[in-house]
Write a protein that binds this ligand. Structure first.
Ligand SMILES: Nc1nc2c(ncn2[C@@H]2O[C@H](COP(=O)(O)OP(=O)(O)OP(=O)(O)O)[C@@H](O)[C@H]2O)c(=O)[nH]1
Ligand SMILES: [Mg+2]
Length: 298
């Protein structure tokens, strides 16, 4: 069975751009046109088959969805409602549309999970207090409006692909036993060794499991991982030839296979305190064996 996820929100918020970013189709971003009606895309993430419905957000299309609401809003597992952070003039319109959608969901998909994506929160926005305040306001507003559904609010920017991957990973994988199993194995690994974090990425950089020591800057580690990916793709190097580090943390990535798909076991350690990384690498290898065993069952 395919899991149905939907992208909704008023026009120009970035719904299609987010989906393309998730599929790593960065080249197509520059030439996107407004979506006419609904576009359906099939996505595969670790044996999870997903069908994403991208609802064009122009007013004329929105009207047409209402008329056949049952056809469109039935059986939705995850709603991604996209809000344009940079266009505050349309904020009220966005709220109004969200309320309409919510009432359709109450009728046709009462078990759906709501994800509010505050998009166009571009790199650097974090440094401005006004932005943070406004984000908090939107976050609160939409969380309230979502009731009785519980909502998860995240901020994204297509100029920060990792933020996009983050926004989708947890809704897509977070409820699986796989995610929980890895969480526990990684927690133990990080706490019992000098390792500072572990993440398993899929080919599209979705995270199917992770654990970070609280002292680690998570965003920075994800950025390093993305850099490794880029070098790996561009130069046809072997992953084992690439090692990147920040001021303090050295990051390694091992490719492995499960169910015919490649995955990327990624971990890091503080190199100032680790003279010889060999014992840690050996330990990581053991954890990876455990991961492979777990993945066999999914
Ligand atoms: N600055 C910035 N621009 C973005 C971001 N995401 C999308 N955009 C731009 O916003 C515009 C609209 O993007 P689309 O993805 O077509 O928006 P949409 O929500 O699919 O629009 P409809 O299909 O009409 O509903 C494009 O010019 C994108 O390049 C972002 O994170 N930051
Ligand atoms: Mg679109």
């Amino acid at each position: 069975m395919e899991e149905k996820i939907v992208m909704l929100g008023i026009a120009n918020g970035g719904k299609t751009s987010l989906l393309r970013t998730l599929q790593r189709e960065f080249k197509s971003l520059a030439s996107l046109k407004p979506t006419k009606g609904i576009e359906r895309t099939h996505l595969n993430f670790f044996k999870k088959r997903i069908i994403a419905w991208d609802f064009g957000g122009q007013a004329k299309y929105r009207e047409s969805y209402k008329k056949k609401a049952k056809n469109y809003f039935v059986g939705i597992e995850e709603l991604f409602y996209v809000v344009d952070f940079q266009d505050q003039d349309t904020f009220m319109e966005s709220i109004k549309y969200f309320q309409e959608i919510k009432s359709e969901l109450e009728d046709f998909s009462p078990n759906t999970s709501i994800n509010i994506i505050i998009n166009k929160f571009d790199p650097g926005f974090e440094e401005n207090d006004e932005n943070i305040k406004f984000y908090d306001t939107i976050n609160k507003k939409f969380s309230e409006l979502s009731e009785p559904f519980s909502a998860r609010v995240t901020k994204t920017s297509i100029f920060n692909p990792i933020s996009v991957i983050q926004a989708f990973s947890k809704p897509i994988f977070g409820n699986t036993t796989l995610y929980d199993n890895f969480g526990f194995a990684f927690y133990q690994f990080v706490n019992n060794t000098v390792c500072k974090f572990v993440v398993i990425f899929s080919r599209n950089l979705l995270e199917i499991g992770n654990y970070f020591d609280p002292s680690v800057n998570q965003q920075q580690m994800r950025d390093v991982a993305l850099e490794i990916f880029k070098i790996f793709e561009d130069k046809k190097l072997k992953l084992s030839d690439i090692s990147l580090h920040t001021d303090t943390i050295s990051v390694r990535m091992i490719q492995f296979e499960a169910g015919g798909e490649p995955y990327y076991f990624t971990y890091g350690y503080d190199f100032e305190f680790v003279k010889d990384p060999a014992p840690l690498d050996a330990e990581a290898f053991n954890v990876l064996q455990e991961v492979k065993t777990i993945m066999k069952y999914f």
